[in-house]
Design a protein around this ligand. Structure first.
Ligand SMILES: Nc1nc2c(ncn2[C@@H]2O[C@H](COP(=O)(O)OP(=O)(O)OP(=O)(O)O)[C@@H](O)[C@H]2O)c(=O)[nH]1
Length: 351
């Protein structure tokens, strides 16, 4: 048996930062390296898995893509992640490299700490934690104090944390980074990028390397092979939650919610998307993604909304025998009025 530890790269970053896009790109330029992918999403719809399985990379076949669907990876490390890793390591053909995509709401710290579990530690090491940042969202102040409602609620109730949950998570994910990818630089100018760099740097005490990217295009040689062994340093990268609850109180995702909306076929996708933008803005939806069944079209339309920015493209033909349906996962803060959002989206196809 090969006694060398398998390197594992943890890719984290807030909802919609571009993790899946970067991994998709990585799979196509990783050369002959056999990669196993572990992906975890927040919300009951495996959109990321679908996207990555659809990219047909030879060095990462469908069976090398493992989806962890039981909630958020950071909260289910013992129940989900460890058994998955154990099974992966028992495979006859072990991967050359493991890539783990966390959900956009995950804390990477508990995941990295899991690499110190005895069975895992002897066989795998964390090559590095890569944090993907949506530079346009940072420039627009989405991680600062523009979530006024949340901040107002917090100032009225002293028992709540001082920072918004979004801001905390953003910082926690940066705190864990060995490499920061400032993505979506196509959406901002040079001055904006300068401000993003200072803002990111001001939120962390450590000084990990920062690189810029568009559409997650970073050479595999830059992402893989950092050789850090992050599990040995994880005690120095504590999350807000760990600092506030040294007693080990369990972390949860009560601050965020997700739900799935199922609709019939949509005849006017352009009009649908335009109106969807209004709903997203009105209800402060953080992320919305899924697939649309467009009437009369043989192709499936993939929809990706990050805030009110929406991308859409036909990604593949509906397969023979596959049920055509429109399914969208909606993610927002707990305060988001789920009922109102659901009804508003459903109303778009009823009239
Ligand atoms: N303009 C622009 N769009 C990008 C870039 N990178 C990714 N996107 C788009 O941003 C959206 C979200 O990208 P994903 O790769 O799904 O983001 P993610 O981090 O995996 O999202 P979650 O799984 O929700 O956490 C998609 O529509 C991408 O096409 C970029 O550099 N520039």
């Amino acid at each position: 048996m090969n006694q060398q530890k398998i390197p594992a790269t943890v890719i984290t970053g807030f909802l919609g930062a571009g993790k899946t896009t970067m991994i998709r790109n990585l799979l196509t330029n990783a050369g002959g390296k056999k990669i196993a992918l572990v992906i975890n999403e927040f919300g009951d719809l495996g959109v990321d898995g679908e996207v990555l399985k659809g990219c047909g990379a030879e060095n990462c076949s469908e069976e090398d893509i493992i989806e962890l669907t039981n909630g958020c990876i950071c909260c289910t490390v013992a129940d989900d992640f460890i058994p998955t890793m154990t099974k992966l390591l028992e495979r006859e053909q072990r991967p050359d490299h493991i890539v783990i995509e966390t959900s956009g709401l995950a804390l990477p710290q508990p995941l990295v700490a899991a690499f110190n579990w005895p069975d895992i530690r002897t066989q795998v090491t964390v090559d590095g934690v890569i944090t993907v940042v949506d530079s346009a969202a940072v420039a627009a102040g989405r991680f600062a104090d523009d979530h006024d409602a949340v901040e107002a609620a917090r100032s009225e109730d002293d028992s709540l944390d001082h920072e918004s949950p979004i801001e905390e998570l953003f910082e926690d994910q940066l705190t864990c980074a060995d490499l920061i990818v400032l993505n979506k630089t196509d959406l901002i100018d040079g001055d904006g990028l300068g401000r993003v760099k200072s803002e990111v740097a001001s939120r962390i005490a450590r000084k990990p390397v920062m690189i810029e990217a568009r559409n997650g295009e970073v050479p595999a040689g830059v992402l893989l092979g950092l050789g850090i062994g992050t599990e040995d340093d994880i005690a120095n990268r504590k999350s807000h939650h760990e600092l506030e609850h040294e007693d080990g109180a369990p972390h949860d995702h009560d601050e965020f919610d997700s739900f799935v909306v199922e609709l019939g076929a949509i005849s006017d996708p352009t009009g649908f998307v335009e109106k969807l933008k209004g709903i997203i803005a009105e209800h402060d939806v953080l992320r919305l993604k899924g697939f649309i069944d467009v009437s009369g079209k043989p192709m499936r339309l993939q929809l990706q909304a990050v805030g009110s920015r929406i991308d859409q493209y036909f990604d593949r033909a509906w397969a023979a025998g596959e049920a055509r349906r429109t399914r969208l996962v909606v993610i927002g803060l707990h305060e988001m009025n789920q009922d109102a959002v659901r009804k508003a989206i459903e109303a778009l196809v009823q009239g």
